[in-house]
Design a protein around this ligand. Sequence first.
Ligand code: NAD
Length: 360
Amino acid sequence: MTQNYRITLLPGDGIGPEIIAVAVQVLEAIAPQFDLSFSFTEALLGGAAIDATGSPLPEETLTTCRNSDAILLAAIGGYKWDNLPRAQRPETGLLGLRSGLGLFANLRPATILPQLVDASSLKREVVEGVDLMVVRELTGGVYFGEPKGIFQTETGEKRGFNTMAYTESEIDRIAKVGFETAQKRNKKLCSVDKANVLEVSQLWRDRVTAMSADYPDVELSHLYVDNAAMQLVRNPRQFDTILTSNLFGDILSDIAAMLTGSIGMLPSASLGANGPGVYEPVHGSAPDIAGQDKANPMAQVLSAAMMLRYDLNQPAAAAKLEEAVVGVLDAGFRTGDIFSEGNQLVGCDRISKELLSRLA
Ligand code: NAD
């Protein structure tokens, strides 16, 4: 029986509409091969939404997203909206979407494809074969903890502070995502904290350790965050799935991304407790190349693959998209962001055609 999925599309701004169109085409191409069908509904977010409605996240967009099985987002933002008050900025729409959907888990893979090893700033022998996933807690920790603020002390000096706090249930729900993600990968989970110094990290470590009894097939290890940062650039191949809090994950996921050296290739997923997840490239809206057929659509296509794997539970369809991306790279087609000598420089349209010919 054909499985139908309702997908909300949020093309956003800049190169967003160009790259999301490619994702739609590849999803439609593989659908019949896996007995799937997709109903796509487009909604407004970011600058495009500001222009049309005055709000970066219209209520209608949130409702459409909540009523779908998964959400495919491209990117938002651009020079045009940079000087608006914070509440009307495109980024405010994105944050509102994340909190409106309760997205507490952020998954960012960093995979070094053999064809792009030389795009990394690290030595080939260090990065070759890297295939890791950072699972970051997204709605708690020091970015949201109360109390926080900047206050005047008795001596007249100002004092700024934030609170790094996690409850047991907040730790448990992200740890569960970490273990389940590791189960879908190579079954190794490294939890990163600062338990030698921070009480909040000690609680984190205790809860993660306790939960490991429920996942006997996953090998659990722990690292302090300073060591994890060093290990990521020293020997990144040792990692499979990394589980960490909001602040540490913010930093470690960017280090992991830079291992690959190619921003146009990196997908991500943000997941909630039971509603739909949001799948989007790590990169921004690239206004400098928008509308010029220069955008690399592969991070968007790989985001669609993550959507198939993590939300829709269609790993074979996901693998098909990932293989097509590898096939196009193998054949030497490159957009400007990943171009190197000896390859053929092409635009977004051509990459799209090459992907489709491999999916037919
Ligand atoms: P960016 O990621 O948009 O671009 C950085 C550089 O990488 C640019 O030179 C761009 O041309 C290039 N690039 C990015 N994606 C590419 C792709 N798919 N193919 C080819 N080249 C690509 O970051 P930025 O320039 O700092 O930000 C531009 C806008 O995007 C800003 O308004 C920013 O706020 C927004 N932004 C949005 C998101 C998001 O939607 N999640 C994330 C980051 C930045």
